[in-house]
Design a protein around this ligand. Structure first.
Ligand code: EPZ
Length: 435
């Protein structure tokens, strides 16, 4: 069995160029189905989830060529609209293929998506939103089958003189700013006959990047990055070339790695504005942060001792839930008593058990974890339970006494090109091994 071996007690120091963003690349790849012309994505992360998305796109009939960080997708024709369960089971993001498939062909079907087990993760917001757009959707026996009522491809589309009649406005309100539901509806709306206003929309930078890509493809969209997005759909969308933004969760992971080891890290290819929520928290914990928006770098120098803090995870621009597990490791090392309240996912404390085995003092009550800091963590064998919990295990190994082993790397590889390669570049004592 493969595992990452990491020796604790060494401050990480150095420079790193951060990979492209998983959570931006996946919806941008799905958006390629909205046009019969080629779409080229640059700086695409070379991770497992991107490989699964490539397989899904090929399955529906698109040509997909991957050369290093560049992916070229051309969906001249869509031959399949019912997605294979074995691929869908691997990745929650399969669900965001529903919108583009429906908009392009009038049909889409799949079983409930898999992915990280961090909560119930229902799809009701996707379903209600797509129904508001006029699609009929049946949810039965763990599958979703959707089609346009007139079942004639984009029969939903009626036009007058080449452009859509944007008279009728459809309003969709999301009771929670779901990232995936906002992305699905944005894509379905971009190729529809309607003017659509989504309120309660997600404001994540990855949603904004998808919206900008759809604008480049010809869609009319206003309000990206705000909770109210207006889309005026068009008849056809054209191909485009886009550069995937850098991964703010990977950047946050390596900044926190610097903080927990008393290190000094300079990250390149990062947008300080997108990373503001984590920079603010690390600064309050005593880290020295400098950054340059234009030159896209962030420099972190850790203090002698991290300070305690209370954090609540929230949708952007709140503190990202995807960095919650790594922050918890840092709070185990910080002085005093800290707390984390997880408000986005209801079952995202699976890493707590492993940290306790290493000697951490953490109590959990409902969605709130209280962390007594100043702990001397002892190295241990650790099993990743999901992508971000896995990354937190590696960070815990970096700041514990002795040599830890982290197993279940398939979780970590879903979102990180190579944590061992990147941390090695930052001077960590780390390697990948085989039992
Ligand atoms: C995206 O997941 C990210 N994944 C997640 O990152 C991230 O944790 C999450 O947004 C929140 O920021 C990708 O972008 C590929 P949501 P998504 O829909 O879209 C509830 C990682 O580690 N909800 O915003 O699945 C849901 O249960 C991953 O990279 C409904 O109730 O998240 C959750 O509690 C993990 N009904 C909350 O909303 C719905 O129909 C947020 O989910 C949809 C969601």
């Amino acid at each position: 069995m493969e595992y990452i071996e990491v020796e604790g007690g060494h401050a990480i120091q150095g420079e790193l160029a951060v990979q492209g963003s998983k959570n931006a690349a996946l919806p941008m790849m799905a958006a390629a189905l909205l046009t019969s012309q080629p779409v080229v994505l640059e700086r695409c992360p070379q991770i497992e989830d991107v490989r699964v998305m490539c397989d899904l796109l090929r399955y529906v009939g698109a040509e997909v060529e991957q050369q290093g960080e560049q992916i070229r997708i051309c969906a001249k024709r869509i031959s399949n609209t019912r997605l294979p369960s074995e691929l869908v089971a691997k990745m929650r993001s399969s669900i965001i293929l529903m919108g583009p498939l429906l908009a392009r062909t009038g049909k889409a079907g799949m079983c409930f998506p898999g992915g990280c087990v961090i909560g119930a993760r229902p799809i009701d917001l996707h379903v209600t939103g797509l129904r508001r757009l006029g699609y009929s959707i049946a949810v039965e026996e763990g599958c979703v089958l959707a089609e346009s009522p007139l079942q004639a491809g984009r029969a939903l589309w009626q036009k007058v003189g080449g452009r859509p009649q944007c008279g009728a406005v459809s309003r969709i309100h999301l009771r929670f700013p779901s990232v995936g539901a906002t992305e699905n509806l944005l894509m379905a709306a971009a190729l529809s006959q309607q003017e659509i206003v989504i309120t309660g929309a997600a404001r994540e930078p990855e949603v904004r990047q998808l919206g900008r890509m759809l604008q480049q493809m010809g869609a009319e969209i206003e309000g990206l990055g705000s909770e109210r997005i207006r889309i005026c759909g068009c008849e056809t969308l054209q191909g485009t070339t886009c550069r995937v933004m850098s991964d703010r969760i990977a950047a946050g992971t390596y900044l926190i790695a610097g903080a927990v080891t008393g290190g000094d890290v300079l990250l390149h290819h990062v947008d300080p504005v997108d990373n503001f929520p984590v920079l603010q928290v690390l600064e309050e914990m005593g880290c020295h942060i400098s950054c340059h928006e234009k030159q896209q770098w962030i420099h972190l120098r850790a203090p002698e001792m991290l300070k305690r803090i209370s954090v609540v995870t929230r949708p952007h621009p709140g503190f990202p839930t995807d960095l919650q597990a790594m922050l918890m490791v840092a709070l185990c090392k910080a002085g005093g008593v800290s707390s984390i309240e997880e408000t986005v996912f209801e079952d995202r404390f699976r890493h707590v058990e492993a940290l306790r085995r290493m000697g951490a003092r953490i109590t959990v009550q409902g969605s709130r974890a209280t962390i007594r800091g100043g702990s001397r963590l002892k190295a241990a064998d650790l099993w990743a339970t999901d992508l971000r919990a896995g990354a937190a295990m590696v960070l815990a190994g970096l700041c514990s006494e002795g040599v830890s082993r982290v197993y279940n790397l398939e979780h970590v590889r879903r979102g990180y090109e190579s944590m061992s390669r990147d941390l090695l570049a930052l001077g960590a004592h780390i390697k990948e091994c085989l039992d």
